[in-house]
Design a protein around this ligand. Structure first.
Ligand code: ZN
Length: 62
């Protein structure tokens, strides 16, 4: 199993990379990273070259 970087916020979880697909269908690897610790929820994502940190990720809706 690959070793992922440790979450710098809670230092308990690992940062898991999430992939996405661009408009041209090319895979965007590591578009977002999310902490594996659900109690932490730390995440960062990359949109058009800009990094956003701490934006909430909706998991189940309401
Ligand atoms: Zn964390």
């Amino acid at each position: 199993m690959e070793k992922y970087p440790q979450c710098l916020k809670c230092t308990a979880g690992d940062m898991l990379p999430l992939s996405d697909y661009g408009r041209d269908g090319a895979t965007i690897q590591f578009k977002a990273w999310v902490c594996s610790n659900p109690d932490c929820g730390h995440n960062l994502r990359i949109d058009n070259g800009e990094i956003s940190v701490g934006r909430p990720i909706r998991s189940n809706g309401k």
